[in-house]
Structures are given as structure tokens and as C-alpha cells.
Design a protein around this ligand. Structure first.
Ligand SMILES: Nc1ncnc2c1ncn2[C@@H]1O[C@H](COP(=O)(O)OP(=O)(O)OP(=O)(O)O)[C@@H](O)[C@H]1O
Ligand SMILES: [Mg+2]
Length: 223
């Protein structure tokens, strides 16, 4: 069992990304999350889901990417958006450039989001990286350009998964409620505290967010 207390080097972090080498039990666990989401969202359009957690380093980005990969493997067209405009990682995890991305579009520097989406990073999976870290993430995420972007991609893809910063630290995860189907919280085995979960749920309630459910992230290392 690995401790998730500090960030691992990128080469180690990439080992947690679903691949042909991933043990069946882990692939299956993500498939079950996907099936649960598919049922919960059956009546929703757009099927846009924010992934967050209470605190830093609980496995949000890894879980978000793996849920997106797993849904794409089932044949759905999927867009992953790195909306952690404070500590983005999806570009590094997936070895993608990040000179332009989400921040470029919602900051008004790029007009058409299609120009900056990375196509077929995996079969059926497109990725919009964060772009350069802006000075005013919350303002941009709550702004009209973000709203239009979510409206557009919600029409274009079967599922959109949005990676965000920790919800007890900043409010970013709760700023997109009008354009999303709901929020999934990642909780980390042996680390996330009940108090933090209650606090997160309280904030979600105040923001009128629709909580779809929880994903429990286990700590493990594949050799
Ligand atoms: N199943 C796992 N077992 C052990 N370590 C893991 C596992 N999944 C992810 N990690 C590692 O834990 C660290 C935190 O993971 P991740 O970046 O997904 O969390 P996060 O909640 O998105 O963090 P942040 O709050 O900084 O955005 C990373 O170094 C990652 O490689
Ligand atoms: Mg993260």
C-alpha cells in the first residue's frame, strides 16, 4: 500500500492511469463507477459531471481521468476538461502541450474551443487541458464564456468530466451548477475525515449543487 500523503513523481503517477496493464479488478471498479453514473444520468442532458474532493491530494485528477477513460472504452464520446486552474495535472499526466487550453478560451484569448481540444487522446476520449494558470480562476469559471463553453460541449459529447480543485479549499467546483448534471466527490480511504465530508456537503447544499455520489479512492501501487 502506498501513502498518498505527498505527490509522486509523474512517472509513478502515470502508473495509476488505466491501461492494458491495469489489473482486471481495478478496471472493473472503474467500469462500475461508470455504470452507476450512466444510470444516474439516464434522464440528463447534458451529462456533464464535476469531479472534486474535500481536500488536496485525495485522488480527484486520477479518478476523473480514469472514469473518463473507462466511459470512453464503453463506446461513449467523452470530453475531459482540466478545470483545476490552480494546480493542473492532466496535461502532464497525458503528455499533452498546455500553451493553450481552457483558460485561453474562457479568458477570451481563443475564440473557438474546437481549436484547442486534444482529439482522440484515447479512443473516444478528447481532452481540454487547463491552459496557462490565470490570476483569477474563480472569476473566469463563473463567467459567461465558461457558461457558453459548457453549453456547447454538453451538446457535442455523450459525457463531459471536469477535474477541479478541492472543494473545502476553493469554491471553483461549485461555480458551474447551472450547466452540469451534478458533482461526484472522491474520498480517500483512511484519510478523508467525516468532518471534511460534512463540511463539503454543507457547501454543496448552500451552492444548490446536485451530489451524484462518492467514489472511494484506494491507495495502491502497481509495480
Ligand atoms: N490509487 C493510488 N494509490 C497511490 N497513490 C495514488 C493513487 N492514485 C493517485 N495517487 C497519487 O496520489 C497523488 C494525488 O493524486 P491526484 O493528483 O489524483 O489527487 P488530486 O486530489 O487531484 O490532487 P490535487 O488536490 O493536488 O488536485 C498523486 O501523486 C497520484 O499519483
Ligand atoms: Mg488534481
Amino acid at each position: 500500500m502506498a501513502k498518498m500523503n505527498k505527490k509522486l513523481p509523474l512517472s509513478e503517477s502515470r502508473k495509476f492511469i488505466l491501461s492494458d496493464e491495469t489489473p482486471f479488478s481495478i478496471r472493473e471498479a472503474y467500469r462500475k463507477v461508470g455504470t452507476g453514473l450512466a444510470f444516474s444520468l439516464a434522464e440528463n442532458k447534458p451529462k456533464t459531471v464535476v469531479i472534486t474532493s474535500c481536500s488536496p491530494s485525495e485522488g480527484k485528477s486520477t479518478s476523473c481521468l480514469n472514469i473518463a477513460i473507462s466511459m470512453a472504452e464503453k463506446g461513449a464520446s467523452v470530453l475531459l476538461i482540466d478545470c483545476d486552474l490552480r494546480k493542473p495535472v492532466q496535461d502532464s499526466l497525458l503528455c499533452l502541450g498546455n500553451d493553450v487550453g481552457l483558460s485561453s478560451v474562457i479568458g477570451g484569448l481563443v475564440h473557438d474551443v474546437s481549436d484547442v481540444i486534444n482529439r482522440n487522446v484515447r479512443p473516444n476520449l478528447d481532452v481540454l487541458t487547463s491552459g496557462p494558470v490565470p490570476p483569477n480562476p474563480a472569476e473566469l469559471i463563473a463567467g459567461a464564456r465558461m457558461d457558453s463553453l459548457l453549453k456547447l460541449v454538453g451538446r457535442q459529447y455523450d459525457y463531459v468530466f471536469i477535474d477541479t480543485p478541492p472543494a473545502n479549499v476553493v469554491t471553483d467546483a461549485f461555480l458551474m451548477n447551472a450547466r452540469i448534471a451534478g458533482i461526484v466527490f472522491v474520498v480517500r480511504e483512511g484519510r478523508t475525515k467525516h468532518y471534511d465530508i460534512r463540511e463539503c456537503l454543507r457547501k454543496a447544499g448552500m451552492a444548490n449543487a446536485h451530489v451524484l455520489g462518492f467514489v472511494k479512492a484506494y491507495c495502491s501501487v502497481r509495480k
